[in-house]
Design a protein around this ligand. Structure first.
Ligand SMILES: Cc1cc2nc3c(=O)[nH]c(=O)nc-3n(C[C@H](O)[C@H](O)[C@H](O)COP(=O)(O)OP(=O)(O)OC[C@H]3O[C@@H](n4cnc5c(N)ncnc54)[C@H](O)[C@@H]3O)c2cc1C
Length: 358
């Protein structure tokens, strides 16, 4: 008999998990409190990478997920992963070199480039760096369209998707999670997956579990569309900027955006000025709008993925870098939920390390 699984949350993580579960034969219902496509997801910069600042174990997980994006790109109709590469100089030269040495030894395809080579890759930067790193295998997606493509693919395989449907609490019977309460009543299932991003902690509270999760704000600015001026993702000391498939320049103080405090308009205008100072052609277009996303970030910064102890019927998938990690999250959650197999790459990221037990 097919396993009945409820996935709470239709951002990129819930969407990927629902698609993978359906493909593997489960009977899946997705419950989304708001519009489909997530909160963090729709406001993401959406860089697919295994770049600097992480330990090797996490690098390996990210690399695997980057490889899985290639598969997803072939298998999910309507997806378009753009393997545009990244050009990066957002570290002082000695740290850039140390990153290149370390990550090259781990197998990350890094090429050192000088000023002329940087300009060859990106002719439209006003102040090219003397030393930068080019990673051809990094990529980007349009995050909302990607989550919606996962959901459409899942629906085509029979997944039921409910939007504007708030999961109010988890239903527990004899120590096992047996369903979710929504406005219309209780939905029963064999397993409940919480892929609710920053909303996960509220749901867990309903069964007496708590954990440390932050949701830092991230401001990004979007220009009006213009002809192609950038080819790669640019990670510079001043800002991170890329161009979308419809021609908009999207930039943040870095990929994760900055907290604009109480002046988002002012922060957006200042940021957009930097875009215009950096990219030839940007002077010709105005900023169109800015977005403010909230990044679900577990206390130690790493993913929480797995079954909490003493909570049969419950699975948790909450993480930052969810655009990079969505394919791995979908694949590994499905293997664990349907076959009881836990991939070694997610072994360090069991939720119990951060959950306060019941
Ligand atoms: C500014 C910014 C830049 C970023 N840049 C990158 C990047 O370059 N690369 C990268 O890999 N990652 C990046 N991230 C992080 C990445 O976007 C997130 O990790 C990812 O989108 C998380 O996806 P999610 O599905 O877990 O969460 P979300 O997209 O937030 O989706 C969770 C969904 O759950 C729903 N929900 C919550 N509670 C309930 C409930 N009780 N009942 C029903 N539904 C519920 C919410 O409505 C929401 O739709 C960035 C994020 C931001 C904000």
């Amino acid at each position: 008999m097919k396993k009945r699984i409820i996935v709470v949350g239709a951002g990129i993580i819930g969407s990927s998990i629902a698609w993978h579960l359906a493909k593997a034969g489960a009977e899946v219902t997705v419950i989304e409190a708001n519009e489909l496509g997530g909160i963090a997801t729709r406001n993401s910069w959406a860089w697919i990478n295994a770049s600097w600042g992480n330990p090797e174990t996490y690098f390996r997980l990210r690399m695997r997920s980057m490889a899985e994006w290639q598969r997803i790109d072939r298998e999910v109709p309507g997806l378009n992963v753009d393997w545009c590469g990244g050009l990066l100089w957002d570290l002082p030269p000695d740290q850039l070199e140390a990153f290149a040495v370390e990550h090259s030894s781990w197998g990350y395809g890094i090429r050192r480039v000088n000023r002329a080579e940087a300009l060859h890759i990106e002719p439209n930067i006003k102040q090219p760096p003397d030393f930068a790193l080019h990673v051809a295998k990094e990529g980007k997606v349009e995050p909302l369209a990607t989550a919606l493509a996962f959901l459409a693919g899942a629906e085509a395989m029979g997944v039921k998707v409910l939007h504007n449907s708030h999961a109010k609490w988890l239903v527990e019977k004899n120590g096992r999670i047996t369903g979710v309460c929504i406005n219309e009543g209780v939905l029963h299932a064999d397993e409940v997956v919480i892929a609710a991003g920053a909303g996960a902690s509220t749901l867990l509270k309903s069964i007496g579990l708590s954990f440390d999760i932050g949701a830092p704000a991230g401001l990004l600015v979007h220009s009006k569309p213009l002809g192609e001026v950038l080819h790669t993702l640019l990670m510079t000391p001043e800002l991170h900027v890329r161009q979308t498939s419809e021609g908009r320049l999207v930039a943040g103080a870095d990929f994760s955006g900055s907290d604009p405090a109480d002046d988002p308009q002012g922060a957006a205008a200042a940021l957009y000025q930097k875009v215009q100072d950096m990219v030839i052609g940007a002077e010709q277009v105005e900023m169109d709008f800015h977005t403010l996303g909230f990044r679900p970030t577990p206390g130690d910064g790493f993913p929480m993925i797995g079954r909490p102890q003493n909570c049969e019927g419950l699975y948790l998938a909450v993480m930052h870098s969810g655009i990079t990690l969505a394919p791995a999250a979908g694949l590994f959650a499905t293997a664990e939920l349907l076959e009881g197999k836990r991939d070694p790459l997610i072994a360090p990221y069991h939720p119990d390390r951060l959950l306060n037990a019941k």
